[in-house]
Design a binder for this molecule. Sequence first.
Ligand code: SF4
Length: 460
Amino acid sequence: MLLRHTNDTIIEREALTINPAKTCQPVGAMYAALGIHGCLPHSHGSQGCCSYHRSALTRHYKEPVMAATSSFTEGTSVFGGQANLLQAVETIFTVYNPDIIAVHTTCLSETIGDDVNQILQKARDDNYVPEGKFLIHCNTPSYVGSHVTGYANMVTAMVKYFSGKSVTKKNQVNIIAGWCEPSDMREIKNITSIMGIKTILFPDTSDVLDAPLTGHHEFYPKGGVTVPDLVSTGDSRYTIGLGPFCSEDAAVLLENKCKVPFDILNLPIGLEATDKFVMALSKAARVHVPDEITEQRGRLVDMIADMHQYFYGKRVAIFGDPDTVIPLTEFLLSLDMKPVYIVSGTPGNKFGTAMSALLSEKVPEAKFKNGERADMFLLHQWIKQEPVDLIIGNSYGKYIARDENIPLIRVGFPILDRVGHSHFPITGYVGGMNLVVKMLNAILDKEDRECREEKVELTM
Ligand code: SF4
């Protein structure tokens, strides 16, 4: 028993988090920055933070993640990091030649109070930034929020630094991607391409963190939203934000700055969320939904109808990021499953509101919590009180899954011990089918392993 100290007696905790269901802000800022073409993320803090953030992303995406650091020392911690950051900007543009350096802070630089905005302005004034190159930044103090907050902050910085309004509106729709896999971003673009809609997806990590092996090392892979595209987001007809936690701040800023109206939807995970996304696209771009999309939907509905008997009434525990967990809960409800325990380490009132709306009538016994104390320990205690048939979450769920002999399907961040998540989407109707298959296989594999011999079935 790996987690043998977990018991089922829940004591209200005010100050202690045990096995958090989140990681730190800069990880999200670094991931979002990689969704800009030719961008080198820069961590303004100590080398240890940067190494951890890079390794978290590298282990999840199975791709080398490049990022620079201000390499704070004891002296920097006392006197501030301005000299280090100025030196870093000069060195990075000279040696690594990115188009953009995206700076995020860390606990240390936030605690000593470095004014990164002022330091970057000094770098520009002192000609450390070559012509046609850019510096952007966001603040990511990791003692508040989570990696999701850091992602949202860097996405908002993209709007703050780049979005501009010219005299001519463009017949295009902005899509602000909440935290999802490169495969999900690719699937979102597939849907808009089938619908014939010109979109600007930002950030866009497809072809960055799922780039093919070509035999040549590309320091800056071909993917990522470009700076001209980011600039033109201010001229778009409409903005669709996918995932309120990651996209709403940026969408609000874009409306305030450039008067681009917006709609905030859930990430298109599952049938209903994808329906809403497709209809929002159709309305924003004033196009009909093409047959190909309708047929994709029909295939997902057919699979759900065929497999309904295996899902009906199954109790599920879910943990992860709110923008993923909320539409996932909605999808499970549409399969007549019972999402009974849900936790997310990311704080924010939107989580409770969304969960209450989804669960209060359909699964009134469901328990959900988010924020600091919504940790893996609490989830395990709930499961010990009354078990579930399936766990959905990242790799950290494997300890609970093993101790309680419950199948786990890996969805979310980080997934450190499996592959495939960067390549097979869970968004869109195609992604919905992938999710259905994953859940079904996990449930049936356990059934085949553990049922009595006379109950083993060759066919479904
Ligand atoms: S929590 Fe703070 S100190 Fe720790 S790795 Fe993250 S930024 Fe660095």
